[in-house]
Design a protein around this ligand. Sequence first.
Ligand SMILES: [Zn+2]
Length: 442
Amino acid sequence: MRQSSFTCKILSILLVCGCFSAVVHAQTDINGIRVRPSPERTRIVFDLSEPVEHKIFTLSNPLRLVIDISNASLKAKLKGISLVDTPITKIRAARRNETDLRIVLDLNSEMKPRSFVLQPIMQYGDRLVVDLYTPEQQIRTENQKAKQISRQMRDVIIAVDAGHGGDDPGALGFGAQEKKVVLAISKRIHQLFAKEAGYRAILIRSGDYYIGLRKRTRIARKNGADLLISIHADAFKTAEARGASVYAISEKGATSETARWLAENENRADLIGGVSLDDKDDLLAGVLLDLSMTASLSSSLDMGTAVLESMSKVTRLHKKQVEQAGFAILKAPDIPSILIETGYISNPKEARALNSRSHQKKLATAIFKGLKNYIEKNPPPGSFLAWKKQGEKAITSYVIAQGDTLTTIAQRYRVTARRLKEINNLPSDVIRIGQVLRIPTT
Ligand SMILES: [Zn+2]
């Protein structure tokens, strides 16, 4: 008897509790509404007792924004909310059905709304945030997002190798030392790239010490170099030889290098242009390596031509075309590489020029400009410069807002959804708010 009455009590407590909690969770209180105008947007924050589900949409004639909030009741006072400097002329609220709340913002101009919920943090509880953008503000926000993305995009990395160093002085003559001249030119090229957006140069040798040739290409690869340039100065047995030359690797050098690469087990695991060779048989690996070598050879020749053309404006050329030779420094199969002979140290006039700061500066600037010309035309995929090149041609960006679908965006910009997916590398039709799409302009 006692026992059953006790059970009864527990049951009734449970029932009361259940009922009570159901009442608490049924309605979310909107305890405050804050309206904050700023140059970027007008922000409306709803302070909530619990998280809510909501929907927003705009209506015209007259212009208004409707915010439907499920299971909510308004505890905050609408009177006294300052609407100065906002596009809102009035805030109204009404029950929509037995449980839901409809808040209507009357607007004096067309606005792009965006809404999201915020979880409690510090003194703030759950919040619903509605941002209103004028068309100009929206464009500005999109541009800012595009800028952020450009910052995330990678730089083109140029490995600058000053030849020789330490106990290896290189060519000597008429008071000039090759190792010193080429380090000065390399440092200046490095400085010039440091000021350019989208580029990053690395110095393979930054002081007077020797680095082995294989190690130089290893350093370039370790730093993710897209290109490698090796700076030198020539010497010849007669003083008459003069002028600058640019070299790329020879086909023969490339072929023998292929053989050497295959022979060395440690290189088998290396990535050649993104293709891992360690699980390929020798014949296939050879073909892949040849392809990668040939691709980087043709890039090297193009890069060399651009540099030679630019150098011709500041110095005499020894040969008017890019020459080919089997220099070890040029044998990185996956990195387009050139070797630049800046002039003849064995020629007294050129030795004097090479030793002077002003001529070093001219040469460095010419090499820098030639490289820039080449890279701007052939930016590596995924780089900021590649994005910029496409963007300048015919691409605009669009930040996805609530309610957007691939189809509606495609219709708006008069392209097909398929084309949008293609140029944005989208695996499906799924897009998310805040995502930036590249849009081809017609
Ligand atoms: Zn040299």
